[in-house]
Design a protein around this ligand. Structure first.
Ligand SMILES: Nc1ncnc2c1ncn2[C@@H]1O[C@H](COP(=O)(O)OP(=O)(O)OP(=O)(O)O)[C@@H](O)[C@H]1O
Ligand SMILES: O=P(O)(O)OC[C@H]1O[C@H](OP(=O)(O)OP(=O)(O)O)[C@H](O)[C@@H]1O
Length: 212
């Protein structure tokens, strides 16, 4: 029996794909993973404890060491810049961050406004472009902002492109590709190196076999 490894899992979109990945890697996960509202799920047979967190919060739990490892979108890691190591690109939950807006429009010359759930990523992107913008932080339905005159542009996740299309928006620039990553707490990585290396090896094997 080794030590228990605590893994922070993102609830929502990424969760199901992450569970598929872990099962393919040979971890026997109980039915609670398919239909449950439990926020802590122990799998003693695998020496694993799972905590189910909001996607934006996974790296926070890992940074504070209450989870040893976690699964987080690259978008969240870029936005939050937590003190965690990124160990593996799991190649699940593909999407990308992009600048979008109404077609054939220019950004306001005087006070261009950008609405986003990713203020740090957006700020850094426009700074690199040499453009000074006012960032307006929203928590969802980002596509609404240019439609209703709140902002000139948005920075948001695009997956199928359906939300943009159905709201008459167009993509102006693609900022960065996003997939989910395995992250680890630096101290856990030293102390639980054997278990973490095994997890990485097993997941890497599945990931390198190609698309899930
Ligand atoms: N179409 C998509 N929209 C949003 N996130 C996506 C999409 N496709 C993949 N992702 C990934 O899923 C993560 C978000 O998961 P989910 O949509 O379940 O949470 P959320 O509801 O946006 O988060 P919150 O509850 O904090 O608002 C992102 O961090 C990103 O890495
Ligand atoms: O390109 P698509 O496949 O249409 O996916 C992209 C949309 O999905 C996400 O929104 P989400 O469903 O998480 O809603 P919210 O931003 O309002 O929370 C994202 O913010 C986009 O709006």
């Amino acid at each position: 029996m080794g030590e228990i490894l605590t893994m922070a899992m993102p609830k929502g979109r990424i969760f199901e794909e992450a569970v598929v990945l872990l099962r393919k890697a040979g971890y026997k996960l109980p039915p609670e993973f398919d239909d449950s509202r439990k926020l802590i799920i122990d799998v003693p047979e695998e020496n694993l404890r799972f905590i189910l967190a909001k996607p934006m919060d996974v790296a926070t739990y890992v940074e504070h060491g209450v989870a040893d490892v976690g699964i987080a979108g690259k978008d969240v890691l870029l936005e939050e810049e937590r003190d965690v190591y990124e160990l593996l690109d799991l190649k699940i939950s593909h999407c990308y961050l992009a600048v979008a807006g109404l077609p054939d429009t220019k950004m306001n010359d005087v006070a261009p406004r950008v609405a986003t759930k990713y203020p740090n990523v957006a700020e850094a992107y426009f700074r690199e472009q040499g453009e000074q913008v006012e960032i307006i932080k929203l928590n969802g339905s980002i596509e609404l902002a240019p439609l209703i005159g709140l902002s000139d542009r948005i920075v948001d996740i695009v997956s199928t492109g359906r939300t943009m299309r159905e709201n008459g928006l167009v993509e102006y620039e693609r900022i960065v590709d996003v997939t989910s990553r395995l992250v680890v707490n630096p101290v856990s990585y030293r102390i639980k190196d054997v278990q973490i290396d095994e997890l990485v090896t097993r997941l890497h094997k599945v990931v390198s076999m190609g698309e899930l």
